[in-house]
Design a protein around this ligand. Sequence first.
Ligand SMILES: [Zn+2]
Length: 299
Amino acid sequence: MPEEARFVRLIFAWIGLNRLSLREVCRRLQQAGCRTRSGTTRWWASTLHGMVENPAYTGTAMYGRFRAVEPKPRLRPIRNHPAHSSRPTTRVPVPNEDWVAVPVPALVDPAVAEAARAQLEENRRRKREQSRGPGWLLQGLVVCRRCGYAYYGKATPGLAECHRPGAFGYGAYRCIGSDGHRFDGKAVCTNRPVRSDRLERVVWTHIEAVFNDPQRIAHEYRRRLTDLASESQPDADVGEIERRIGALRRGVGRLIDGHADGVIDRVEFEPRVADLRARITQLEEHRNALAAASRPDAT
Ligand SMILES: [Zn+2]
């Protein structure tokens, strides 16, 4: 439709020729009530990125640029998203030579499109230069209790000037919900930013407390192993585990024979036996837990 084509041309010209920021382009499109292909009037920089990188606008539609794979496990759940999807939903790029090119009518002058692409590349380069340094240790890991959005790190010019050697970083962590510009001008959270050095020190104190308590680490480690084992082999029964323990014991026997015959020297022998024995112990624990759970009189 001609209206849509007009906006597509405008987007490329705003980015490539007028060198507007992607945020400014989003703002203008929203103001004009322009809709994305999915039908909303909310525009994101990532949508514009996708358009500029898409060769279909300059006359070559490419099929198979991405394929879907299983999503990687996340550090924490995303706000307002289901815990995890059973479908493969993560898009990964496919090598160029596997794309299928189909000629389509060009909407955008190739020179303008090239300028827009160069501008995005320039933005990326500038961002890389800015992001040198220690980075934000807790970005995305700290979640706001009030609104549920994550905290992100933001440098504060005033703080950067009082540079102290040995400090973690200078700036503050802000709740994403407290940024009005991300929510059509109205922040959804009133929590104040936290100075990064203070927050990092508090978190580090907690980490230190965990490190100084080996019992706690061992307990958590075993708990995760059991979780993992019960997740990956829901049908593993005691018999199957016995079989694996038997195989590992025979492995230990072979190592001992090899060592006695002088085939395996001591430096190699000891860690390998220790490793096998640790796995046997772990499986035995798992087997005992399973046996206890399946006993009808278990308390
Ligand atoms: Zn918040």
